[in-house]
Design a protein around this ligand. Structure first.
Ligand SMILES: Cc1cc2nc3c(=O)[nH]c(=O)nc-3n(C[C@H](O)[C@H](O)[C@H](O)COP(=O)(O)O)c2cc1C
Length: 185
């Protein structure tokens, strides 16, 4: 037995929880929560966005950052998704600290341990598809092991759209491009 779900109940889980950081024309930093995003190539990310303060900003600056929301930053990350920078300075309200990326015209939010720095490759106002080129990535020493981001230390969260909940990613259970080789003929 199995159950069929209607189209509007059908979804992909997990989705990432990404924080897109931008500056506006006056240099005021902003951040939004975006779950509909992926790595679309080596060195490239793609997001699917409605019209937000964030999309206004990327049109002006041509740049954005992408921080990974974590268990420790969950509340701030959710706040960035339920308030708009058109109304308030979310960074200030959340008590976050920012500095400008050394590589792109976008803010790094210091409370988030891992951040990608991106230039805008393309943004289409009609579809809301934002494609970014990753220029660099910053990671706090506290989440590194042997010079690599340690996701057990970072504890990134994922979004479960079916229940509107966040979950922490689990332990390593296998090796990619390897464990399936046993079945290959
Ligand atoms: C869990 C979560 C995921 C979200 N994912 C997206 C998304 O992928 N695309 C989008 O356009 N809005 C998404 N939003 C909504 C925006 O984060 C929200 O509208 C925000 O207020 C926009 O901020 P801004 O106006 O300051 O740019 C999400 C919100 C939450 C809480």
């Amino acid at each position: 037995m199995s159950k069929e779900f209607a189209a509007k109940e059908s979804c992909i889980v997990p989705e990432g929880v990404f924080i897109i950081g931008t500056y506006d024309a006056a240099g005021v930093p902003n951040a939004m929560n975006a779950a509909w995003g992926i790595q679309s190539d080596h060195g490239e990310v793609t997001f699917f966005l409605a019209k937000h303060k964030t999309t206004e900003n990327v049109k002006v600056t041509g740049a954005f950052t992408v921080a990974f929301a974590t268990k420790d930053t969950l509340e701030i990350a959710d706040y960035f998704g339920v308030e708009t920078g058109r109304r308030v300075n979310k960074i200030e309200v959340a008590g976050c600290h920012v500095h400008k990326s050394a590589h792109v015209n976008a803010p790094i939010i210091e409370e988030f341990p891992v951040t990608l720095e991106c230039t805008v490759k393309s943004y289409d106002d009609a579809t809301g598809i934002l494609v970014g080129t990753i220029v660099a990535q910053q990671a706090a020493d506290s989440v590194l092991t042997d010079g690599k981001v340690d996701y057990d230390k970072l504890q990134p969260i994922i979004y479960d759209i079916s229940t509107n909940t966040y979950r922490v990613i689990g332990p390593v259970v296998g090796k990619a491009f390897h464990d399936g080789l046993k079945l290959k003929q």
